[in-house]
Every structure is written in C-alpha cells, then in structure tokens.
Ligand binder design. Structure first.
Ligand SMILES: C[S@@+](CC[C@H](N)C(=O)[O-])C[C@H]1O[C@@H](n2cnc3c(N)ncnc32)[C@H](O)[C@@H]1O
Length: 223
C-alpha cells in the first residue's frame, strides 16, 4: 500500500486493515483510478473504499462518492476513507441513486460487482449507471473474466468461499463469471460505446479484465 493509503485505513481494526491491504495487492485498482476523467466520480459497490482512497487522496479538486448495499462495509469506509473531505459514502442502489442524481458524474467505476448480480438484471443496473453519467461520461468496469483458465476456476472457488462460507462479501443473487464478450455486449446494450477492453491478469492469480466505455447521448432503448 502507498503510504497515503496506509494512513487512511490505519483507523480500522487489524482484520479490516488486512482486508484492504489484500484487496490492493490482488486487484489492479490503480489501473482503474488512472482512467478517471473529470472531477465528479462515483464508485458503485465501493466496499471498504480502497478504490475511493486511490481516487480521492491528494486530489482535493475531486468529489468522490461511493455507494454500496452492505452497511457493514460502508461503516468501515466511513471510518476510514470517508473522513477525507472530498469523499462521501451512501447506502443505496444505483437505480435509486441515479434517480436522485441524474447526469451528475463524469466517471462511474464498477470493480468486481457484476459477478455478484444475476445477469438478468444487469441491463437495469448498467442503464442506471448510464443515467448517473453526464452525456459522454465514462464507465470504468473491472471484472474477473471466465476465460476457461485455472485462474478463473481458482477465483470462482475463492469468491464462493467469501460469499457463502466466510460471508465477507454480500451477493445480489449470483457468484459467477462470464466471458469477456458477454460483458462487452451487456455494456453496449445499456447504451455505451466500448472504447477499451484489456486483460490485466498478468502478475495476478485472478483473470482481471478492464473495460472502459463512453455513455452515448441517447441510451439504447430495449425491445
Ligand atoms: C468484491 S467487493 C468489491 C469492492 C470494491 N469495489 C473494491 O474494488 O474493493 C463487491 C462489492 O459489491 C457490493 N455489491 C453487491 N451487489 C451490489 C449491488 N447490487 N449494488 C451495489 N453494490 C453491490 C458488495 O456489497 C461488495 O461491497
């Protein structure tokens, strides 16, 4: 962890500090942060707020908002990164939050959340993100992809453990990875132009895939 990030989470008990440290070591969150555009930033499914810290620390000109459904994780986020003057965290669904904050954000981040949501409701979730973005705003999405590799099998078992046995991660009805093409199609179907898809698996034991997309001015209507 970078020293600034270490200090932000030093207010947490050792177990939660370790969790954030492990998250930063095993996911390329800095690659996501590097793709932020504009000053109004939103993370959907922020958890403890590791990415919020990377986005907000030493960048007072940014307003960084995190939302999540898990009140336990949000409490840890509030006690750490939420103490920065430019960070807010809220318990909310993106559907409700976007209705209250339409076209309010320059960039929306989603890091390892879709795999916890039934694919049947992805369209509503991604369309709500579209509504929260200003026209031409950016979506930065990271998932683990099902590429048939040992990494994908390892990560699936790891996440099943986190959700079902350890109950560290709250699922919204699923724990499943999909191929990259399925992610790209779902994002395009919600009214985005996909600008970049890149594997960030190298150096990790998780098949990270990163996607950036632009919110089209007229979101696609679904038949
Ligand atoms: C694997 S954690 C990732 C946390 C954070 N994005 C990060 O990169 O460190 C997944 C998070 O998604 C949240 N989540 C699950 N379903 C969600 C939903 N429908 N809307 C928003 N967040 C959700 C969980 O509560 C959890 O905090």
């Amino acid at each position: 962890m970078a020293p600034a990030t270490t200090a932000i989470f030093a207010t947490l008990p050792p177990r939660e500090r370790w969790f954030v440290r492990a998250r930063l070591a095993t996911a390329p969150l800095a690659e996501l942060a590097a793709r932020a555009v504009g000053h109004e930033l939103l993370e959907v499914g922020c958890g403890h707020g590791a990415l919020l810290a990377l986005l907000a620390a030493a960048r007072p000109q940014r307003q960084v908002t995190g939302i999540d459904l898990d009140s336990r994780k949000l409490a840890w986020a509030e006690r750490s990164v939420g103490r920065l003057g430019n960070v807010r965290v809220h318990a909310a669904t993106i559907e409700a939050f976007a209705a209250q904050h339409p076209a309010a954000f320059d960039t929306v981040f989603v890091a390892d959340v879709l795999y916890l949501i039934e694919p049947g409701v992805w369209h509503g979730f991604l369309s709500a993100i579209h509504r929260a973005l200003r026209p031409g705003g950016r979506l930065v999405l990271k998932e683990a992809e099902d590429d048939g590799s040992w990494r994908a099998r390892k990560t699936l078992w790891q996440e099943r453990l986190m959700v079902h046995l350890l109950r560290r991660t709250r699922s919204s009805g699923a724990v499943a990875f999909v191929p990259r093409a399925t992610l790209v199609a779902a994002v395009a179907d919600a009214g985005f132009t996909v600008d970049e898809t890149v594997s960030l698996a190298r150096g990790y034991t998780t098949p990270h895939v990163l996607l950036t997309a632009t919110a089209d001015t007229a979101p696609a209507a679904r038949a």
